[in-house]
Every structure is written in C-alpha cells, then in structure tokens.
Design a protein around this ligand. Structure first.
Ligand SMILES: CC(C)(COP(=O)(O)OP(=O)(O)OC[C@H]1O[C@@H](n2cnc3c(N)ncnc32)[C@H](O)[C@@H]1OP(=O)(O)O)[C@@H](O)C(=O)NCCC(=O)NCCS
Length: 185
C-alpha cells in the first residue's frame, strides 16, 4: 500500500527509491541532526534498508515515515510521519518530522504535522498519537503545540532522558488553529 496526503502547499507520500539522494542529504545535515538520537551513518545503502523497512511497515500497519514535497515546485523538502516509538518497539505511536534547512520557517512542519495527525486519528482511526522532543529543540515543540497537541510531562525514549511528551487523542484533537474539516470524532 502507499499513502498520499495533500495539503495547501505540500504533498506527503510514501518514499520511493528515487528519494535516496534527497534523504541522504537531509539526514546528513548537522543542523537537522542537532537534537536527534544517534543513528547509522546515512548512505544510499542505508536508504535502501530504510526504504524496505518503511515499505514493509506501511504494508503491515498502514503508516510509516513519509516523504514531503513542495507542491509548487515538486521539490523534496523533508519527511514526516508516524511510527511505533523507540525504533518500532511501541506500543505508543510517535509523530516525527525533519525538514531541509532551506525549507525552515515557512510553516511547512506545522502544516505537515497537522495533516499527519489528521490522517492518523481520523483516517487510520488511531486513538492516540504522541510526540517527544528534546526541551532545547524550541522549533520542534512550537510545531507540536501549533499542531494542537497537549503537553503531558517528561519521558525517556530513544535512550534520551527528560524529553517533553505531547499527545493528541481522537476524542478531543481537532486541527489547529482553524479546523479544516468538521470534527469527526
Ligand atoms: C523543527 C523543525 C521541523 C521546524 O520546521 P519549520 O518548518 O521551520 O517549522 P514551522 O515553520 O512550522 O514553525 C513552527 C513554529 O515554530 C517556530 N520555530 C521554528 N524554528 C524555531 C526555532 N529554531 N526557534 C524558535 N522558534 C522556532 C516558528 O517561528 C513557528 O512559530 P510561529 O508561527 O509562532 O512563528 C525544523 O527546524 C527541523 O527540521 N529541525 C531538524 C529536525 C528536528 O529536530 N525535528 C524534530 C525532532 S523532535
């Protein structure tokens, strides 16, 4: 199965093999990596494994990390998606997003995160999606709050202590600040 979600300015879609160089560039950026847990060095070989894992996860549970393109230009600008937290261990489902620095400051992360929450809660019918963030990553928790998630407290995940934990539940979450659709809880 594949996924395609369109927003005003973005297309959120399943990764394909042609995305390799863009993904490697994204996750090689020191600016992007600054607040992220350590991971295997990015390479096209690594991308092949990542793509296979994401494709298999999407086939099995209906979601994964997705590529994000700018609609106006078709350019790859980042990735956003949901997956079982802690490298697939779960059981919580975790929202994540990483954008190329050239695309920062345009509201893209908020737009993508909101659309992915909407898809996860209302299309996939998940009850709850969480997000965890390093407290110093101000931009990220601003995105989370603008996407209408609620602060819960501190939590340890991905081998990192004292992360800020946020949640969105289908019972109360609506797209924020202006609902784009009627509440469908
Ligand atoms: C965090 C990240 C996704 C933000 O992307 P973005 O597209 O610039 O975010 P938005 O434009 O939607 O910004 C949302 C809000 O956060 C604010 N913001 C963004 N970056 C910020 C920063 N570094 N410091 C303070 N505020 C920031 C914006 O001003 C905006 O608030 P406003 O509308 O009130 O002005 C991006 O910086 C990124 O990809 N970082 C690297 C990967 C990462 O850390 N991902 C999150 C892991 S939990």
């Amino acid at each position: 199965m594949t996924t395609r979600i369109e927003t005003d300015r973005l297309v959120i879609r399943s990764f394909v093999s042609d995305d390799g160089p863009h993904w490697v560039e994204l996750v090689s950026s020191q600016e992007v990596r600054r607040f992220l847990p350590a991971s295997a060095p990015p390479s096209l070989e690594r991308f092949a494994t990542v793509l296979a894992d994401r494709t298999a996860m999407e086939a099995e549970i209906g979601y994964s990390m997705w590529a994000v393109d700018e609609r106006a230009t078709g350019a790859f600008v980042g990735q956003c998606g949901i997956r079982p937290i802690d490298e697939g261990n779960g059981p919580e489902v975790d929202l994540a997003y990483h954008f190329v620095p050239a695309a920062w400051g345009k509201g893209y992360a908020t737009e993508a995160a909101t659309a992915v929450l909407d898809h996860g809660l209302y299309v996939l019918r998940l009850e709850r999606i969480i997000a965890v963030v390093v407290p110093e990553n101000t931009g990220s928790w601003r995105v989370i709050e603008k996407a209408g998630m609620r602060y819960v407290g501190e939590v340890d995940y991905y081998g990192m202590a004292g992360l800020k934990l946020y949640e969105a539940e289908r019972s109360w979450w609506v797209t924020n600040p202006q609902p784009r659709r009627p509440f469908r809880g």
